[in-house]
Design a protein around this ligand. Sequence first.
Ligand code: NAI
Length: 338
Amino acid sequence: HPPSFQMGETSGLRPAICRAKGAAPGFKVAILGAAGGIGQPLALLMKMNPLVSVLHLYDVVNTPGVTADVSHMDTGAVVRGFLGPQQLENALTGMNLVIIPAGVPRKPGMTRDDLFKINAGIVKSLSEGIAKCCPNAIVNLISNPVNSTVPIAAEVFKKAGTFDPKRLLGVTMLDVVRANTFVAEVIGLDPREVDVPVVGGHAGVTILPLLSQVKPPCSFTPKEIDYLTDRIQNGGTEVVEAKAGTGSATLSMAYAAVKFADTCLRALRGDSGVVACAFVASEVTELPFFASKVRLGRTGVEEVYPLGPLNEYERAGLEKAKKELAASIEKGVSFIRK
Ligand code: NAI
């Protein structure tokens, strides 16, 4: 492929700029890892999002095909593809939002931490690109282990002098999506009516659903609490095992990623009262990063909400979560500092 192919604007009959100018006003969004299991359905769904005017698809393999395919959808966003590290800077320049599902997924028997070796380096190099080319973009980091990759990105941005804690968000939305689904099943409601705060982090016991704060208010038996907590914490593993070595959650993750990205874009547009759970720089606990409800605005995370009243079960869960989280955060930080 030519050094900078731009699929979706290939007719050559009129300059590409005409189309970009004519496109609906909206935000410029890049997906890094766009040809992967999450990246492809995520590209599809972002191409359908009316808040997106330009969609950049970047990967180290297969972006030409994905870009050609998605670019034929008759929705507003102009799609461009970028292939390999030499095109990363073009992919990132001018972006308002960067979504990162790049990296290897789990296989049965693996924890998210087992992915650290490969994914830490990938997140490091992509973060360096962001610091250089779009330091003001909002970053939605999906690559696992999120509990370590977010601290890695933060350290890279600090080194470059571009770190703004308001703009770096680890995506934990899939935990919330799963929690809403499983809780709705137990209490017999439509999942769209259920809102479960999930705090802590994004791996095993660090995933802490606050079942005492479910909306609409409802109560659970101790047996239901054990079942729901375990299923929400191990929802990812449930999918990894069902896929039997072919990958981890991709479709529900793409859905969750778009739900989260759309939330960020509505906040950037200036909508008020935009709230979601995310893994962010935080003073809610003594840890430097923690997932909790945050309020988003034009500048990113504008308020990190406290955890609210926890019951005894949740307080015990929180202590366990913090112990594991502290180690995962430290692992990410020292990967860059060393
Ligand atoms: P996949 O292997 O299907 O796709 C990953 C893509 O990343 C591939 O297309 C690969 O070429 C690309 N890639 C590798 N190195 C890259 C680089 N340096 N720059 C750009 N792209 C690069 O994996 P899948 O299933 O899409 O998962 C991606 C990541 O998302 C994994 O780390 C997985 O653990 C994580 N994940 C996170 C979840 C969350 O809730 N935050 C949920 C599910 C998965």
